[in-house]
Ligand binder design. Structure first.
Ligand code: UD1
Ligand code: CA
Length: 458
């Protein structure tokens, strides 16, 4: 069976009060429309059309890497039926046309597969419907005495009796491509909203002898739309809860699933503990027994087994070796690689640097553009002066070096193997292996020094 997907996304999204197209607002770190496109692609359609009305340039730019999408402008927006009509040239050869919505992001692949399966029978339409305690605002599903679906009536056009129906149209449906042009040409806009309703083709199809087969989603949230920032926040929490449940099922302890955020993809080992307020973004990989303390922000990083990330640390694009300890209050900037058994302490910033196994940078230091070997100890307040105002230069610190506190290493510079730098030194030349390097003003002393005394005010 050949399949096309039509994603409707031409609505203005007025209630978002945003300069950005509604479907570009993010849920779990991905644009709403991205979620819909991703699930659509999992169904391997021949065509995937996105109907847009506003911010077309913005939209196409956001998905510029995706060659499989057909972008179709709907101008003006005269209703959902009119929207699908714009795609006919692309889709009418398909056996099945699946209609999705750019602002209904959490629809799941298994639900859509079941819907497509229903529509495989000849002369059928498949319709995703739901029963709601409060159906207000939705189109109502009208059934005849034998329970067959015969029509959808929009709320604004419904009689009191029809409004009492609590089965609603989620909007998601599978239609026979070869009949669509004819049906869409037969609908009109003589209704309360003056729109061409896609839903009106249900009645036409039934009159033509087609059967409308309804299906309920697994969970209602799959079919929830985003019209406001409140609804966006609600769906975000729902989705985060789902992600947290999945991770817990895989053996991850999440201290409070309502204070967990993954905005991207994650690969996890076992017995990981993630405390409250941790935000994980992009591509994340975490090995067995890793602990992440409260309020860490980690982006596009890999953390090997048994590492501990102490509270309030910020990591971006780094690799942390096993048994390492980071923070609290550490900042690891892009292209930082730590080998195993390393230690980065509080108020340490590391950027574009490799740190060898067993090495420690424990307090208040800046390490940038640096190669640090194994078992190096970097004292408190050490700074690699990597920038001369025009260019960046590298610092090399070889195995076993000991850098005294408050040292400035003016790059390019190399600290030789096992060499020791005395505290407070400014190192501008390479230091030889093994020795002590010191650049410090000699200490002087005055006996019985009289401190200044405060003058009397009179
Ligand atoms: C629609 C359904 C209703 C269903 C509800 C589910 C129709 C006539 N009604 O109503 O039965 O219960 O969704 O949420 O289909 N859009 C376009 N072009 C247009 C109009 C809309 O692309 O000209 C897009 C919107 O961007 C939106 C979707 O279609 O993503 C639904 O449009 P909306 O106006 O929200 O329809 P509802 O009145 O909610
Ligand atoms: Ca809607």
């Amino acid at each position: 069976m050949s399949l096309s997907v039509v994603i409707l996304a031409a609505g203005k999204g007025t209630r978002m009060k945003s300069a950005k197209a509604k479907v570009l607002h993010e849920l779990a770190g991905k644009p709403l429309l991205g979620h819909v496109i991703d699930v659509a692609k999992k169904l391997s359609p021949e065509k995937c059309c996105v109907v847009y009305g506003h911010g077309g340039e913005q939209l196409q730019q956001a998905f510029a890497d995706d060659q499989q999408l057909t972008w179709i402008e709907q101008k003006p927006q005269l209703g959902t039926g009119h929207a699908v009509q714009q795609t006919l040239d692309s889709i009418e050869g398909s056996d099945a046309v699946l209609v999705l919505y750019g602002d209904v992001p959490l629809i799941r692949q298994p639900t859509l597969e079941r819907l497509l399966q229903l529509a495989e029978k000849p002369e059928t339409l498949a319709l995703l419907t739901a029963k709601l305690e409060d159906p207000a605002g939705y189109g109502r599903i009208i059934r005849n005495d034998s329970g067959q679906v015969t029509a959808i009536v929009e709320e604004k056009d419904a009689t009191a009796e029809q409004k009492a129906v609590n089965e609603i149209n989620t909007g998601i449906m599978v239609l026979p491509g070869r009949k669509l042009r004819e049906w869409l040409e037969r609908i009109n806009n003589s209704n309360a909203q003056g729109e061409y309703y896609l839903t009106d083709i249900i009645e036409l199809a039934v009159k033509d002898g087609f059967k409308v087969l309804p299906l309920h989603p697994e969970v209602f949230e799959e079919t929830m739309g985003v019209n406001s920032r409140q609804q966006l926040a609600e769906l975000e929490r729902f989705q985060q809860r789902q992600i947290a449940e999945q991770l817990m099922a895989q053996g991850v302890t999440i201290k409070d699933p309502s204070r967990f955020d993954l905005r991207g993809e994650i690969e996890v080992g076992r017995d990981i503990v993630i405390d409250v307020g941790v935000v994980l973004t992009g591509k994340i990989k975490i090995g067995d027994n890793v602990t992440i303390e409260p309020f860490c922000v980690i982006k596009d990083s890999e953390i090997a087994e048994n590492a501990s990330i102490h509270s309030h640390s910020v990591l971006e694009h780094c690799r942390i070796g096993k048994n390492s300890s980071i923070g609290p209050f550490a900042r690891l900037r892009p292209d930082t690689q730590l080998a195993e058994d390393t230690k980065i302490g509080n108020f340490v910033e590391v950027k574009k640097s490799n740190i060898g196994s067993g090495s420690k940078v424990n307090h208040l230091s800046y390490i940038g553009d640096t190669e640090i070997g194994q078992n190096v100890n970097v004292g408190a307040g050490t700074i690699t002066c990597n920038y001369d105002g025009a260019n960046k230069h590298r610092t090399i610190i070889e195995d076993g070096a000991f850098i005294g506190s408050d040292t400035q290493l003016v790059a390019p510079v190399k600290v030789g193997r096992n060499s020791t730098i005395g505290a407070g030194s400014t190192v501008t030349k390479d230091t030889p292996e093994g020795g002590l390097t010191l650049s410090r003003a000699k200490q002087s002393h005055i006996d019985n020094w009289q401190r200044p005394v405060k003058k009397n005010k009179s």
